[in-house]
Ligand binder design. Structure first.
Ligand code: ADP
Ligand code: MG
Length: 714
């Protein structure tokens, strides 16, 4: 098969023998120990990976705030002043070092729990320092925990005042690999690289037309810009690059597919489908569901391979469409698989679908990472022999030992970042590439979805099943939290369950965690044990513990689920009627909408309460207003697009379907349009990139990381 070998080659070879593929331990200042930690914590394996670890943003050291500017809504801030004397308080784990920083406007408390003796030895009271860090409040008083301090004279005239802020974890910090050290390593790496180490692959005319700086420059400026404008230029260049590569790649695939690919043929509707449809299906399909099903049937009967994106708001009934499509496959003698992002969701799908299909002669099995040894071998064997018609599971399904007898259809549910490479992996699971249906509830305006996923056909379920009660959404300020708690209590008394969600800021794992724990303690005070039970899930837990906590909530043993946004997409707990989102002003619209989709799945009235700090900005206010006003995912998507201007670079990255590092197809839609246009023009001239001047572009397309970004999903 031409296509299969094309893809296998693209994915498996990493031809690039440049300095960028050097293992990270070879960088000066790294060595084997640190390399191990960098690999484990940040997935940094080579020089290139470090180069592509982009800063979240830059701290503008020329913009020092006054201590009196600190308010309840202040997060990270840079202040400068003279350091007061040290004081050590507490014993054991609460032992801490306290100091003050005084400027012309006021005094700020600085606190350290770790590294106390080092700080005592190295910092000098009476001297002037800049302090950067996150503001927290204790008994109403602002304080900065573990600030980054820098003496005034340490800033030389010729160093950039824009300091990159990198992701870091506590483990990294403990090994002296915090944000600042990462910056040093990156600087070291950049000083070693020459222009030819980062070759240009975007054709000159395209670069000129779109005003893009060179690749080499872009990498320097994305990390160490001399001005905010340089940073923006770097950002635009690299975002364009991502989108352009994706467009070229998918454009080529599309052409080849149209020319070459055979698809398995589902040409008749048989007993399984009909029996299910007329005797088991517990409700009438909505007309949108019927339309999509028809589109799928048409696609799969043509002899071409189907590649379809199905977009439908949370609760619109995508699963039923998936199930009917799998029955269609089975009727035509083919196996199918349904891939979900998490174990819990796989379990839920397996239980629901097995139950629905109980009376039919069809075998449904599940395969996830936790299906072990004997059971696993049995599933693999039955799959290979063709005894299993429907396999449901996590990305464990994509692993090599999983061999199908005749996979005809693969459905991907709620999978963020399911890019070209993952789809290609599915293709290798069958001689003739199976039909592919990617389902998502991510609210992206449809025109944009169609542009970004140009190799996919597009279907939409734009209608909710009848009788759904829209979730009632309100905004409440922090000072009203007691009332919110009382409300949760009344709902629990009625036998319902509630979610309480805390934000992930990503910038400091530790602060996120502390925030969550504080919230949890706070809730426990309102909901004491014996009378109430609370589940908690967050990213720091072992998967087993997370699973147990989740299960207890699913089964109703706990009434409240406290979680960060790691909480599963698509999980269906119809008894949960309250969704409380803490610090709601920090979330983007589409994320708020997705979170809200966890409730409103049963027949009872559900509520979403957006708790915000007492003071919020105008844009946040607008987002919250829209959330309170509508439940319509597509309207929200449109609004999201209006509100998120291309210039706004801070904030939570939206989880999209594609694995872009920098680009966001909503925010960067202007760049996307240009990339689409440029890729199209290029491929019209040179559809297979055979011209000699495209050698660098060809190389770049071949380079594809062996590792998939799965680890970031759950
Ligand atoms: P999502 O699109 O978010 O994956 P689901 O497939 O989980 O939504 O469906 C949500 C709920 O709606 C499920 O309980 C499902 O059984 C129900 N449902 C799906 N289609 C219909 C329909 N046509 N009429 C009534 N209920 C439906
Ligand atoms: Mg779903």
């Amino acid at each position: 098969m031409f296509l299969n070998t094309y893809f296998t080659k693209t994915i498996l070879t990493s031809l690039n023998a440049s300095i960028l593929s050097s293992p990270i331990e070879y960088l000066k200042g790294v060595g084997p120990q640190r390399a191990m930690i960098l690999r484990k914590e940040l997935d940094i394996d080579t020089f290139r990976d470090l180069l592509e670890l982009y800063p979240y943003r830059h701290l503008d050291k020329s913009r020092v705030s006054l201590i009196s500017d600190i308010s309840a809504s202040t997060e990270f801030i840079l202040v400068a002043g003279s350091l007061g004397t040290f004081q050590i308080l507490g014993e054991g784990r609460s032992r801490r070092l306290i100091a003050t920083l005084k400027d012309t406007s006021g005094i700020l408390q600085l606190i350290w729990f770790q590294g106390i003796s080092w700080i005592e030895k190295n910092l000098r009271p009476g001297f002037r320092y800049r302090a950067y860090g996150k503001i927290g409040f204790f008994n109403g008083e602002a304080q900065m925990t573990h600030p980054e301090l820098e003496g005034f004279d340490e800033i030389k005239d010729n160093t950039s005042l824009l300091q990159p802020i990198y992701p870091s974890t506590e483990k990294l910090k403990a090994r002296f690999l915090g944000g600042r050290q990462i910056a040093k390593l990156t600087q070291q790496l950049l000083s070693q690289l020459k222009e030819q180490d980062i070759p240009e692959f975007i054709p000159n005319d395209i670069r000129q037309k779109n005003g893009l700086i060179s690749r080499f420059r872009a990498f320097q400026w994305i990390h160490f810009p001399d001005t905010p404008d340089s940073y923006n230029k770097a950002l635009i260049r690299l975002k364009f690059e991502e989108l352009f590569l994706n467009q070229v790649r998918t454009g080529m695939i599309k052409t080849q597919r149209q020319k070459q690919s055979r698809g398995v043929i589902f040409n008749h509707v048989g007993r399984l489908f009909n029996d299910f449809y007329s005797n088991i299906l517990p409700f009438e399909l909505t007309s949108a569901q019927k339309r999509v099903l028809k589109e799928i049937r048409q696609d799969t009967a043509t002899g071409h391979q189907m590649n379809r994106l199905l977009q439908g708001d949370v609760g619109s009934g995508k699963t039923m469409v998936a199930l009917l499509a799998m029955l269609l496959a089975a009727d035509n003698g083919f196996q199918s698989c349904l891939i979900a992002p998490t174990e819990i969701l796989s379990n839920q799908h397996t239980n629901n679908i097995s139950e629905l299909l109980e009376s039919l002669p069809i075998k449904v099995r599940m395969l996830t990472g936790s299906v072990k040894s004997v059971r696993r071998r049995e599933v693999l064997k039955e799959l290979d022999q063709g005894d299993i018609q429907i396999l449901i599971g996590t990305h464990a399904i994509l692993e090599d030992p999983v061999v199908f007898r005749n996979l005809g259809l693969a459905i991907i549910d709620e999978q963020h970042r399911f890019g070209v490479a993952q789809r290609a992996r599915i293709w290798t699971k069958s001689i003739i590439p199976p039909h592919i249906l990617v389902m998502t509830a991510t609210p992206i305006p449809r025109t944009l979805a169609m542009t970004a996923y140009n190799d996919l056909d597009y279907s939409v379920i734009d209608e909710l099943p009848p009788g759904r009660q829209p979730v009632r959404t309100v905004q409440r300020y922090e000072y009203n939290r007691p009332k919110v708690m009382d409300f949760i209590k009344t709902e629990i008394k009625k036998g319902r369950q509630a979610y309480v969600i805390f934000p992930l800021i990503e910038e400091s794992e530790k602060l996120d965690y502390e925030n969550l724990m504080k919230g949890y303690e706070n809730l426990k005070a309102y909901f004491p044990e014996q009378a109430y039970y609370i589940s908690m899930v967050h990213g720091r837990q072992k998967p087993e513990i997370r699973e147990i906590n989740m299960k207890r909530f699913v089964s109703g043993d706990t009434q409240i689920m406290v979680a960060t946004t790691v909480i599963e997409v698509g999980v269906h707990i119809s008894n949960a009627t309250v969704m409380v989102i803490e610090s709601a002003e920090k979330f983007g619209l589409s994320q708020l909408h997705q979170l809200r989709g966890r409730v409103g799945r049963g027949s009872e009235q559900s509520y979403c309460i957006l708790v915000t700090s007492n003071k919020i900005g105008i844009e946040a206010k607008e987002r919250l207003r829209i959330m309170c006003e509508t439940n319509d995912g597509f309207r929200i998507a449109e609004k999201d697009m209006e509100l998120r201007g291309p210039g706004d670079i801070a904030g939570t990255r939206q989880s999209g379907l594609l694995d872009f590092k920098l680009a966001d197809i909503v925010r960067d839609r202007d760049i996307l349009q240009k990339a689409v246009q440029s890729a199209r023009e290029l491929l019209e001239k040179d559809p297979e990139l055979n011209l000699p001047e495209q050698i660098e572009l060809r190389q770049q397309l071949k380079y594809e990381k062996g590792k998939t970004p799965w680890s970031r999903i759950s």
